[in-house]
Design a protein around this ligand. Structure first.
Ligand code: GRG
Length: 306
């Protein structure tokens, strides 16, 4: 098993390679745009293959590499990586709907409902979610033992469900209306944002052959990474650039949404994001150099501008 990277450039090259592989896996996981009924397949591809950062599928692959070395990033891992991106894209398509956050721009282009109308956007989200699990059900055909495949399916279903993304979103919708304290916000973030990040690294770890102790360490890493990611996201909403981010800056403030920076200030939020990043890195200490890519990824998240 190759361990560690010789340089920052080697890490950056591996990251770019995994981004390309993630994009190709998402493309292969979706039906062709001309499949009837054409509009739904087009709408699914429109959002899933737009300019997303593909951070979650890359995390699946990086966690598999951490657990089993670069060779562990195989067809099954790519398939699972595509599935998490489909779930993530569904959540964005639905989140942008007028009934939810009502955003008209996503991934540098008009939101799905702006182009296809609300009914098709709802169905495209539903279809992306459904397709994710259809794709995961092919894991045994790709050499994954059925028991492990079922565990992977369960990880993603739990993350997407009412104790994860959906529960977090329900509480988030209520939070826009009333007063919220820091602990409530953090609980929302752990579910709305953190649950899928945890599922990504646990799924990658499981497919790479990680044991329970390593899975626990990967889970701690992902929780801290999720917290850092959300803090940076909220900071960028205040200080970021719409064109660079591909979504509208200032949307939290426009909607009167309570965020961590609005509660404790930008500087303190920045300090918290740095702390969470270091906490994520510390969670990986037992892995040695084979977790280099995961360490690099969380630092990149802290420094991101989009
Ligand atoms: C089930 C409708 C529904 C929602 C669940 C995940 C979620 C809750 C809503 C999505 C919108 C949102 C603002 C989520 C918080 C996490 C976040 C900042 C997502 C954006 O992720 P990026 O920046 O997006 O990785 P790209 O486009 O790069 O993939």
């Amino acid at each position: 098993m190759r361990t560690g990277y010789a340089s920052e450039e080697a890490l950056s090259q591996r990251f770019e390679e995994l981004v390309r592989r993630a994009r190709s896996a998402v493309d292969r996981a979706l039906l062709p745009a001309d499949t009837p009924p054409r509009v739904i397949h087009e709408a699914m591809r429109y959002s899933a293959l737009a300019g997303g950062k593909l951070l979650r599928p890359v995390l699946v692959m990086a966690a598999a590499e951490c657990a089993g070395g670069p060779e562990a990033v195989n067809d099954g891992v790519e398939c699972a990586a595509a599935a998490v991106e489909l779930v993530h894209t569904y959540s964005l398509v639905h989140d942008d709907l007028p009934a939810m956050d009502d955003d008209d721009m996503r991934r540098g282009q008009p939101a799905n409902h702006v182009v296809y109308g609300e009914a098709i956007a709802i169905l495209a989200g539903d279809a992306l979610l459904t397709r994710a699990f259809e794709v995961l059900a092919t894991l045994p055909e790709r050499g994954v033992e059925p028991e492990r495949a079922v565990r992977v399916i369960r990880e993603l279903a739990e993350a997407a469900g009412t104790l994860g993304l959906i529960g977090g979103q329900v509480d988030d919708l209520a939070a826009t209306e009333g007063r919220v304290d820091l602990a409530t916000l953090q609980s929302i973030h752990q579910r709305k944002t953190g649950a899928l990040f945890r599922a990504c690294v646990r799924i990658g770890g499981l497919l790479g052959g990680a044991g329970e102790d390593d899975l626990a360490r990967l889970t701690d890493y992902a929780s801290a990474l999720g917290a850092a990611f959300q803090l940076v996201d909220d900071i960028l909403d205040v200080v970021g650039d719409t064109a660079e981010m591909g979504k509208r800056a200032g949307s939290d403030q426009r909607r009167g949404k309570v965020t961590i920076p609005s509660l404790i200030g930008l500087e303190e939020a920045r300090r918290m994001a740095e702390e969470e990043t270091e906490r994520a890195v510390a969670s990986l200490s037992g892995f040695g150099p084979r977790a280099d890519l995961l360490r690099w990824l969380v630092r990149r998240i802290l420094a991101r501008r989009r």
